[in-house]
Ligand binder design. Structure first.
Ligand SMILES: Cc1cc2nc3c(=O)[nH]c(=O)nc-3n(C[C@H](O)[C@H](O)[C@H](O)COP(=O)(O)OP(=O)(O)OC[C@H]3O[C@@H](n4cnc5c(N)ncnc54)[C@H](O)[C@@H]3O)c2cc1C
Length: 304
């Protein structure tokens, strides 16, 4: 079956919901990316499973995204189906001090919702602009903490077997900004359960606000995907980039932030190819001058 026929199958199944040829720059924090052939929004886990199942059956290329705050889309867009997971239901169990969140929920919403029950332990995640699903895939975190430490279990849909399974974090090989899921896009995060700690609502909300101010002070205020490179063991990527003389270097619309050199920012009209060229320059300069090979933290999504 041709891709055009597969797209029509989707359009028939989801009339009025499926979007065709929409620019991905609209949906990601980098504000970069050409059109996706198809884009659909899944509002609950059942819908997400149904959509991914159909894509798998049709052998249609697909990508599940959350807030798209850790991605660089291609200038040519995406051949296939992009599924935005927007399911954001949360259930807090005050007695057990746990929370269940659908994976499309934003980290901020989850942390603030738990705070309403005077439950904390997730505060460090509140100002990371991602979804629960994306954060689990990339083991998001800051200040030496990461989401993996807060997980009780994760519900996964396996597009290859068509089955849903609940797994413990031990089974997901979490490491610094990575997990087994990163290399297995057929495993879709539907929801997750978190362990919480008794805390005080006002203290949590104040801590979130203070950390937000801290970020505002040290991060650039421009379209970006957060820290571009992983910190090599025992080193800070921003210091290496700075020492290599790359602060402020610009390619087209992409620039190494002068405020925080591990942020590659879109200063207006940046193309994916500008970002890739700039990232390659950084890697080369840091390798040549400091002897360290930087690895991207963000994920580049090819067009086809
Ligand atoms: C200003 C700024 C600050 C940031 N600060 C931090 C920080 O302090 N710490 C940090 O770790 N990160 C940070 N980030 C990066 C980013 O916010 C996190 O990595 C976040 O967890 C990504 O979540 P997302 O929903 O945006 O994932 P996306 O970018 O949408 O996706 C990331 C990957 O996960 C996959 N994915 C997403 N959802 C699912 C799902 N339900 N099932 C299966 N796969 C899925 C995607 O296919 C993709 O491969 C920052 C980004 C920005 C823009």
């Amino acid at each position: 079956m041709t891709d055009a026929k597969k797209y029509n199958e989707f359009a028939k199944k989801y009339p009025g919901v499926i979007k065709r040829r929409v620019p991905l720059s609209r949906y990601c924090t980098f504000k970069i990316g050409g059109p996706a052939d198809l884009l659909i929004e899944a509002k609950n886990p059942t819908q997400l499973v149904e959509i991914v199942k159909l894509a798998h059956q049709l052998k249609l290329r697909y990508l599940v995204i959350g807030a798209a705050s850790n991605l660089l889309f291609d200038d040519a867009g995406f051949r296939g189906l992009v599924v935005r997971y927007l399911a954001n239901n949360i259930e807090v169990d005050k007695t057990a001090t746990t929370a269940m969140a659908w994976a499309g929920c934003s980290l901020n919403r989850l942390v603030k919702h738990a705070a309403m029950y005077n439950l904390g332990g997730l505060d460090f995640l509140a100002n990371i602009p991602g979804s629960v699903g994306g954060a689990i895939v990339g083991n998001a975190g800051c200040y030496g903490k990461a989401i993996a430490e807060t997980l009780i279990e994760v519900d996964l849909f396996n597009a290859k077997t068509g089955k849903v399974a609940t797994v413990s974090p031990k089974e997901l090989d979490f490491t610094y900004r990575s997990s087994e899921l990163k290399a297995k896009p057929h495993l879709i995060v539907l929801s997750a359960r978190f362990k919480l700690l008794p805390d005080n609502k006002n203290r949590i909300l104040k801590a979130i606000d203070e950390e937000k101010q801290l970020r505002w002070g040290k991060h650039p205020h421009a379209a970006c995907a957060g820290s571009f490179f992983k910190n090599p063991p025992g080193e800070a990527a921003w210091k290496l980039i700075n020492a290599a003389g790359m602060r402020g270097v610009t390619v087209g619309g992409a620039r190494i932030s002068t405020k925080h050199p591990n942020f590659l920012v879109n200063i207006g009209g940046a193309k994916s190819k500008d970002v890739k060229k700039l990232a390659a320059k950084v890697i080369e300069a840091v390798k040549k001058r400091m002897g360290t090979t930087l690895e991207p933290e963000i994920r580049y999504i090819s067009a086809g």
